[in-house]
Design a binder for this molecule. Sequence first.
Ligand SMILES: [Zn+2]
Ligand SMILES: [Zn+2]
Length: 256
Amino acid sequence: MRFKSLGSGSTGNATLVQTTGPDACNLLIDCGFGFKHLQIRLEKAGVQAQDLDAIFITHEHGDHVGCVQALSDKHRIPVWMSAGTSAAMNFDNSSGLLHTAHDGLKITLGDLQLTPFTVPHDARAPLQLTCTDGRAKLGILTDLGHVTDHIANHLKGCNALLLECNHDSDMLTASSYPGFLKLRVGGNHGHLSNAQAADIACTVQHSDLRHVVAAHLSQQNNRPALAGQILANALSREVHGIVIATPDEGCAWLDV
Ligand SMILES: [Zn+2]
Ligand SMILES: [Zn+2]
């Protein structure tokens, strides 16, 4: 199994997960770009839009939903999301391609198995997820205000993490954001700070956690070097790769 962020940040998020076995699967997690931009990013990653087997949408915010309706309709790609997310984004299911995802209920897509789990974020019914091909496990965790025991339990044993490092708390406090926005971003249903991300990475690390990708960095209230350093401080040397996903390029393919 391998994965690649196609871009991450408040301007848009999408991640590819790919298996290569006899039941190979190309999964797109979130779709937060315009149709043409997403297509360019997919092509750069060596994947054609029509080769996507499924799309999973974590929640209805624009930087995650993007062109999902058009993409699914055009190429007849099945889409999974919670009932709350599909209601909040008014997904038009005339195509019959919508599937409802639930906390803790496994989804099998070829040789890939997904397990969605609930996270605290200011959306209707947000879900993040783990993916496994039976050999390795990838955890995707962005857009949440704080980490719960439920989340930590789901992330146990992950060999790779794509992890929100949204802001540095001091930079957020000192920023020109209006007060209500500072409260929203830093609140219990907002976004994870670097320190909160480091805490959960430290909690779930083990000798076979190979990659941690810092994602959804705020361009105003964070710096890649800050996020990278705080993760490096929290993780043991056995985690050989800390990578920062950027808004424009995401990150390279990483084997899990
Ligand atoms: Zn987001
Ligand atoms: Zn969000």
